[in-house]
Design a protein around this ligand. Sequence first.
Ligand code: GLN
Length: 231
Amino acid sequence: ERVQAAEKTYTIAMDTTFPPFEFADKNNKRVGIDIDLIRAIAKAEGFKVQLKATSFNGAVQELQANQVDGVMAGMSITPERKKVFAFSDPYYQSGVVMAVAKKGHITKLSQLRGKRVAVKTGTASADYANSSKKKYGFKTVTFDDSNNVYQDVISGNSAACFEDKPVMQYAIATGLGLKLGNMKMAMANDYGIAVSKSNPELVKKINAGLKKVRKSGEYTKIVEKYLGNGS
Ligand code: GLN
């Protein structure tokens, strides 16, 4: 008689407010592309996932401290992060854009001199802001959550924010009082799932599962569920 090994459970940390990748719906249920995708991958590969919502920066730090097995949070694969973590194959294309108040007169980088720009702690957008603030003469203010970043611009405390393109587009399309600024997308990157370098087995499983859910059409179904057919 063959006995099946118990399914292994991996804890995956995520961001709190990062729609359409992870967010709380009307019923306060946590939903999003990342959540559906990691569950589909786990199902395809026969492992279980325990999801843990925290701040993006908190998730990254928890992985670094080996308190979780992975981070899936619309996390950009960057050369610096690759020095610290192992990454799955890419699963979504992104990059940094600028957003400004819907009714304001500020639309471009050259208008930010002497102003405040809001970004989220530890993100690619924060890196972009820090690398361009000298050139454009703005100051940065950081928040742990994307929603607080947007609200700082809506309230007029900050003149602009930087955020991932698909996330900003989704927020604007679903009624947030911001609009895209006049800036070319910067720091083009791919999202990947980060795992400890000491866990190549998990990276392998995730990549195998990702291949399966792409092939089965499930990946496309998940993305279309949140973004519609036009995505
Ligand atoms: N993609 C960005 C990064 O990895 C932002 C991620 C996030 O805010 N959840 O830095």
